[in-house]
Design a protein. Structure first.
Length: 273
């Protein structure tokens, strides 16, 4: 039988109870399993063989109802935070942020090895810092995918030595650069195709994403022309379409939701005004 199987772990707990209270081993075992909600040790042993992730068994042996909860047990979270700080110290030094902490952690996969008592968790998380507002922005967060190894020892979960392995790391600055590159690639593609959609034309004109351009594409347009019909420019009113962050951005940059388009704006738009 594996050294760190649920049965052996419960037996270790029972032996500790024997030492602490002077009970017989069988009495200690029965007391532990009945406290966990089993009728007797026989039922516990049968469940351990057939359904080792039974919530009662998990709580009795591992102190949690699901392996994904182990990341929050004992000192694991604190030790994980410290390990990430050590591993990312070089990358952190290139940012303008400090006080990094673990945020938005999710456990994607779990795997427990009876032979070693090692629980391997596949996690994704954000390692977030506080940006220094007086310095030029160089990023304040890292988006990580990693595996975390935990050991079950003496009734506690411990972060294993070399237990954190980061497989994917991307900073918010990286994501910003990627978004900017994608935006300009979209603009360049539209320009090279000679004819742009209204959304693409607005994205290029206003410096917004094509997705936001789609939201504004149906805005009302009026012509600014002379009495004899000479067109000087066009006015587009974003008031009904612009909402949320997009609305706030337009107001912050242009001071209005009405914007003047140059006279040649529609020359390369697929559906001319």
């Amino acid at each position: 039988m594996s050294d760190f199987s649920p049965l052996n772990l419960l037996k270790s707990q029972a032996k500790q109870l024997v030492r602490d209270q002077g009970l017989k081993l069988s009495v200690a075992q029965e007391a532990l399993v009945q406290k966990a909600g089993f009728a007797d040790y026989h039922e516990f042993s049968m469940v351990a063989q057939r359904n080792p992730k039974d919530p009662r068994l998990m709580m009795a042996v591992f102190g949690i109802r699901d392996f994904s909860d182990a990341i929050h047990e004992d000192d694991v979270y604190t030790d994980l935070d410290q390990e990430l700080e050590d591993q990312l110290s070089g990358a952190i030094a290139e940012t303008n942020a400090s006080g990094f902490t673990v945020n938005a952690l999710t456990v994607d996969t779990t795997e427990y090895a009876d032979s070693t008592g090692m629980l391997t968790l596949g996690v994704s998380l954000t390692y977030q810092g506080q940006q220094d507002q007086e310095r030029v922005y160089h990023g304040a967060a890292f988006f990580l995918t990693a595996t975390v190894g935990l050991l079950r020892r003496e009734g506690k979960w411990l972060l294993a030595e070399d237990g954190v392995s980061i497989s994917i790391i991307e900073s918010d600055a990286d994501r910003d650069r990627k978004s900017e590159q994608e935006y300009w690639a979209q603009v360049e593609e539209a320009r090279n195709s000679n004819r742009m959609s209204m959304a693409q034309a607005l994205a290029s004109e206003l410096g917004i994403s094509v997705e936001d351009g789609e939201l504004l594409a149906g805005s009302e347009i009026t012509t600014n022309e002379s009495d004899d019909g000479l067109v000087y420019s066009y006015w587009i009113n974003f008031e009904p379409e612009a909402e949320g962050e997009l609305r706030a951005d337009l107001l912050a940059r242009f001071g209005s939701l009405e914007y003047e388009l140059h006279v040649n704006f529609f020359d390369d738009v697929e559906h001319e005004f």
